[in-house]
Design a protein around this ligand. Structure first.
Ligand code: ATP
Ligand code: MG
Length: 510
């Protein structure tokens, strides 16, 4: 065995239970120096739990951790950092009212015994780290002023600052655009050259096959596969994750005739503008269609949704639903009229993490589970939550479980169920399958298609071009707050979408 092949990290027989539920049932895992190792598995398979054990956040019930050939007992997150383990969390965990530089160097500031820090130097180092990631973010800005993707990059810079020998990234690209992901991978390849072992968790098959050297698959808390990426196909990988063949990935689309039927207009948005990011956008949503909204990060897609749904102050524009003009001043108005919005930011989407799954799912549809006198009825609440949970194949320890105990992807399903409970006429879904595994993703796509078939207007904002192409009957492409073009299902390709998204006109795009 050459030195480069020596494992920098080895896990043997790791077990971990939370109460009665077993998250890890004896996992073996080995990470070499200078490799990018994909850790794959369905939502709830145990990926984050396993990595939190290496990062000292959870203690294993059983099993051995071997770092650089020595058995170690990791005694908390600070100890893990000293041992050279860096973890970029799945959920962004930054301190919003501290600056970018303070967040990046939080571990160092905490460890400093001198009682003072050279802030000018910290700012410079933070600027340099972010620059490596292709970002020009002012290190003195407060973190809560940054966009979601910028926050994610700060989180990554924080792990890079540790100069670790094991770097774990738990779905780092879920909130990043293509361009930002490319910059991240460049850095990861540099770190790999320096001999750092990298564990990479992602639900995006294309990334795994392009950048990773080996893959380990977890299923129900066990490692069921480990091998070189060259030795398998994406289908093999998916099969070992879900334990079966997936079959038809995307649901069938509307026929061209139905998709082009102008007469059945459900919602019409006319000349909406917020004076800032949305500059006069008009479009129609037809009954029964899935309308895609594509565009680069920052193009104004989420801002468009927020403008229509009362989450953003607008300067002008009208919204008609089923021919009637609507007055929408706040989100509650939109919901009352039957327009629901799933935010791209799961935390802001308002999951009450310390409340049960059932309470979360019913939280915006209380009248559906209340008695005539307005009392919320527990049994009705549990039934509605169970029904919606079943249809979304939600994996949790019963609907009474606390939302915080669910895996990331399953929290996303709760956010979707919560919106479906309101029985919306028009459903805006902003990055609905972010962080959701391949199997569940396909389930969500089929559910969106079923809703459309029932007459709901479904609008899907997505940064994943294959999702727009595979799922939508029609797509609007937004560029700098305006519609750059519209593509029918048969004209959608990654190239045509990207050209419009980068500001070429429709004629040039064809
Ligand atoms: N703090 C906790 N309390 C109770 N159960 C937990 C806790 N953390 C995780 N679990 C459970 O352990 C199992 C594994 O969860 P984990 O977060 O490791 O999954 P994952 O593979 O990272 O999934 P995802 O792709 O959705 O992020 C799940 O069933 C989850 O509900
Ligand atoms: Mg996870």
């Amino acid at each position: 065995m050459t030195n480069a092949d020596a494992p920098v990290l080895e896990l043997r027989g790791i077990q971990k239970s939370f109460g009665a539920s077993r998250a890890l049932a004896g996992v073996h895992f080995s990470l070499r120096k200078g490799e990018i190792h994909a850790l794959c598995g369905e939502n709830g398979a145990g990926k984050s739990t396993l990595m939190k054990i290496i990062a000292g956040i959870h203690e294993p019930d059983e099993g051995t951790v071997i770092l650089d050939g020595e058995i170690v007992r990791i005694d908390g997150p600070a100890h893990a950092m000293r041992l050279g383990v860096g973890l970029v969390h799945q959920e962004i965990a930054l301190c919003g009212d501290a600056t970018v530089a303070e967040n990046v160097f939080m571990p160092e500031i905490n460890a400093s015994r001198r009682g003072w820090m050279d802030y000018a130097a910290l700012n410079e180092r933070a600027r340099a780290l972010l620059k490596r990631l292709g970002q020009d973010i002012d290190p003195k800005r407060r973190v809560d002023e940054l966009s979601l993707s910028q926050q994610q990059l700060v989180e990554i810079a924080k792990a890079l600052s540790l100069e670790c020998k094991v770097l774990i990234l738990d779905e780092p690209t879920a909130a990043l655009t293509e361009v930002e992901s490319v910059a991240l991978f460049q850095v990861l390849h540099e770190l790999k050259e320096q001999g750092i072992g990298i564990v990479y968790i992602s639900h995006r098959m294309a990334e795994i096959f392009e950048h990773c050297d080996r893959a380990t698959v977890l299923r129900d808390g066990r490692d069921v596969f480990c091998g070189a990426i060259e030795s398998i196909t994406p289908d093999d990988l998916v099969r070992s994750m879900v334990g079966r063949d997936l079959g038809q990935y995307y649901p069938p689309k509307l026929g061209a005739h139905a998709a082009n039927d102008e007469s059945d207009c459900l919602m019409e948005v006319d000349d909406i503008a917020d004076g800032e990011r949305v500059h006069g956008i008009s479009f129609k949503v037809r009954r029964g269609e899935i309308l895609g909204i594509a565009g680069l990060m920052g193009a104004g897609r989420s801002e468009l949704a927020e403008s229509v749904c009362g989450l953003r102050r607008t300067r002008r524009g009208t919204v008609h639903l089923k021919g009637k003009p609507l007055t929408i001043r706040k989100y509650a108005d939109a919901l009352r009229h039957g327009i629901g919005y799933l935010s791209e930011d799961r935390k802001a989407a308002g999951l009450f993490l310390d409340m049960s799954v059932a309470q979360n799912i019913c939280s915006m549809a209380l009248q559906r589970v209340s008695s005539r006198w307005g009392w919320v009825q527990g049994a009705a609440q549990r039934k509605l939550a169970t029904d919606l949970g079943t249809s979304l194949k939600l994996k949790c320890n019963g609907v009474s479980a606390e939302a915080s105990s669910l895996s990331g992807g399953n929290q996303q399903k709760v956010a979707i169920a919560k919106l479906l409970a309101t029985k919306p006429a028009v459903l805006w879904m902003d990055e609905p399958t972010r962080g959701v595994d391949v199997g569940a993703k396909s389930e969500i796509h089929h559910i969106l298609r079923e809703l459309a078939d029932q007459g709901v207007g479904v609008i899907v904002i997505s940064s994943e071009l294959p999702e727009i192409i595979g799922l939508c009957d029609r797509a609007l492409v937004i560029h700098e707050g305006r519609i750059a073009g519209e593509l029918a299902a048969e004209d959608m390709t990654e190239e045509s979408l990207l050209r419009l998204a980068s500001g070429f006109s429709a004629q040039e795009a064809h």
